[in-house]
Each structure stands twice: as C-alpha cells, then as structure tokens.
Design a protein around this ligand. Structure first.
Ligand SMILES: CC(C)(COP(=O)(O)OP(=O)(O)OC[C@H]1O[C@@H](n2cnc3c(N)ncnc32)[C@H](O)[C@@H]1OP(=O)(O)O)[C@@H](O)C(=O)NCCC(=O)NCCS
Length: 190
C-alpha cells in the first residue's frame, strides 16, 4: 500500500449552494480567474439576494474540497423562461478533471428547475477551453457582442442551448445532491 499523499480525486470535490460567507473566498478565486474584470463583493451580494425562497431566480454553486477550500464556482440567472450562465470558473490546478462539466450540469439542472426553455451565455471569442465545454453540452454560437469585455475591448460570442434538459445526455455528467431552491456594472463571465 502506498503512503504517498495524493491530490483529492475529482469526486472528492463536492458542489453545494454558495452562501454569503463564501463571497470572500470566491472573490479570491474571481481575482485569479478573471483579473481583467473581476466582480465586486456587491455583485455577489446582489446575486445571492435572489437565490433563496419561492421567488428565487438565481442559483450559485461552489466546488469545495474536503478541507473546505473552494476551487470553483458558477451561477445562473433565470428570467422569462431564459436562463443565463452568469459565471463559471475552476482553479487551474483542478481543470481537466470534469469539475467545469459538473458545475455546468448543475447549473443546467437549475435552469430546468426554473422552467427555462433555453439557456444563453457570453464567452470571450479567445476563450477556446470554455467554448469547448459549452459545445460539449450542446451550446451553439448565435451571435457576437462587439467589445463586450471591457476594458480589453474583447468581443463576446453569444451561445445558446435550446433545451437545458438535454444536459442529461452528456456522458461526463455526475450525479449531485439536489440543492434547495440583474447586472451591475461589469461583464458576466459565463
Ligand atoms: C472553462 C473552465 C470552467 C473549464 O473547467 P474544467 O474543470 O477544466 O472543465 P472540464 O474538466 O469539465 O473539461 C475540460 C477538459 O478536460 C477534459 N476532461 C474532463 N474530465 C477529464 C478526465 N477525467 N480526464 C481527462 N480529461 C478530462 C474535458 O474533456 C475537456 O477537454 P477539452 O477542453 O479538450 O474539451 C475552466 O477552464 C476555467 O475556469 N477557465 C477560466 C475561467 C473561464 O474562462 N470561465 C468561463 C467564462 S465564459
């Protein structure tokens, strides 16, 4: 039997609802993942204010290691039957393990819970890994927003998934524990 310590397996990282006490550590991840246009604490507070109760329109998740460290997060907003992936990110050391797919699966389940018939998102035109992730889930490009990402002035590709329930067909989807059941001055990251 080996005594060497190993990084936690991807399955050991659990997804759970983001709560207000997660905002501070998530801001640390945010600064690392989106240095050019990181969200403020106020933006997360505002989003989480709509994430609970019978009139909830948001679902935000964090990916947590067994020791409690957060290594990823994501959020979805729902309005008028349309879901929007607001943000999704995974720390570099945890990428390529399926965590981004798990987060996206959970957000698409949330879209289904919110009875969304479609899900939209914006992604930088130069962000190939994220575009591959979305394409694997059936998102297709439907438009371009010129200069969407400021201050860099990078264009956003708008992608759409016609039926979020189709996420269930994704082979990398892992079951998650069911979770309980817009925009101010910066770009959405999802
Ligand atoms: C986009 C992002 C969230 C993807 O997260 P991730 O955890 O790496 O996603 P996954 O692990 O599910 O998939 C990434 C790749 O790993 C592969 N992979 C997943 N599980 C794997 C496994 N067990 N073994 C080997 N490869 C695996 C996937 O097939 C995928 O390959 P591809 O890029 O060639 O298609 C991540 O790159 C990120 O946080 N980027 C910075 C923030 C960002 O750009 N967010 C999006 C804003 S729109």
């Amino acid at each position: 039997m080996s005594t060497a310590s190993a990084a936690p397996s991807p399955q050991a990282v659990t997804l759970r609802e983001m709560r207000w006490w997660d905002i501070e550590p998530v801001l640390g991840l945010e600064a690392e993942l989106f240095p050019e246009d990181a969200w403020s604490a106020g933006m997360f507070w505002s989003e989480l204010a709509h994430a609970r109760g019978p009139a909830a329109t948001r679902r935000y998740l964090v990916a947590e290691e067994p020791g409690g460290a957060l290594v990823g997060y994501g959020g979805l907003a729902a309005a008028g039957g349309t879901g929007d992936i607001q943000t999704i990110g995974v720390l570099p050391g945890h990428r390529g393990t399926g965590l981004g797919s798990r987060l996206l699966s959970a957000l698409l389940r949330a879209a289904t819970d919110f009875e969304c018939g479609e899900v939209l998102l914006e992604v930088r035109v130069d962000n190939a890994p994220a575009q591959r992730l979305y394409e694997r889930f059936g998102f297709v490009p439907v438009g371009l927003r010129r200069g969407y990402y400021q201050p860099a002035g990078v264009d956003a590709l708008v992608m759409r998934l016609a039926d979020p329930a189709t996420y269930a067909a994704h082979p990398g989807t892992l079951p998650e524990t069911p979770l309980p059941h817009t925009h101010q001055g910066s770009n959405w990251h999802g």
